[in-house]
Design a protein around this ligand. Sequence first.
Ligand SMILES: Nc1ncnc2c1ncn2[C@@H]1O[C@H](COP(=O)(O)OP(=O)(O)OP(=O)(O)O)[C@@H](O)[C@H]1O
Ligand SMILES: [Mg+2]
Length: 246
Amino acid sequence: MIEINDLRITFGALDVVKGVSFSVANGASFGIVGESGSGKSTILRALAGLNHHWHGEIKFGGMTLAAHRSRNFFRQVQMVFQDPYGSLHPRQTIDRILHEPLLIHRIDRAEQRITQALSEVGLPAAVRFRFPHQLSGGQRQRVAIARALIAEPEVLLLDEPTSALDVSVQAEILNLLSDLREERKLTYIMVSHNLAVVTHLCRQIGVMQQGKMVELLSSEDLRARRIQHPHTAELFDLSLTLEEPT
Ligand SMILES: Nc1ncnc2c1ncn2[C@@H]1O[C@H](COP(=O)(O)OP(=O)(O)OP(=O)(O)O)[C@@H](O)[C@H]1O
Ligand SMILES: [Mg+2]
């Protein structure tokens, strides 16, 4: 479904992504972990078509993508960001927010689709005419997921979708994402700091350090600590420390 070959991205003199390659099969879920500043979000933004200044090759469904994407690409590949408050327009009702992708992609039966989208992400119908600030953080992220799914994409790009949420809410959102993926046969690429989050949702995991993908491993490898690279070990040990009860 997605294939990235030798992706390189620079900002001025700064090499941020230094020749990254990986591929994600249709219906699979791929996790990207790594230290802060290692280039995770930069890769996702290039994939999503939000940054046009990259080198290398990005293929989607077997086709090589140009820097500028078609409307159809933006329908098929949707992104969910870390901070649902920042990504939802504060002066628009949830109804308006969910209408937007339908207008952009000229999709009919808006009324029915919005009602269904809210119910699919577990939100009460009453939420529809509220504003983002009138919802909880978890509810806002559900709205962001509903917005991403309403145009029926094939791929979701998730950039730290749960890291702004309370731990108890994190699990709910991860379960929702996992159920939706199964129901709709979606392909996911998810960025996270948290190895537990990534192993929960992703079968294949790429570890980033300073712009390079230093290790590719499966979630089983990770759980069993079959780790090759010291940075992966570092992230693994750190995640254990963070999970210890206080
Ligand atoms: N638009 C930009 N202009 C200049 N530098 C940028 C830009 N976007 C990102 N960078 C730099 O690129 C590097 C990688 O950033 P990126 O956001 O991809 O990291 P990340 O792995 O997602 O980190 P985090 O885990 O903190 O979100 C950082 O050094 C960042 O400062
Ligand atoms: Mg990031």
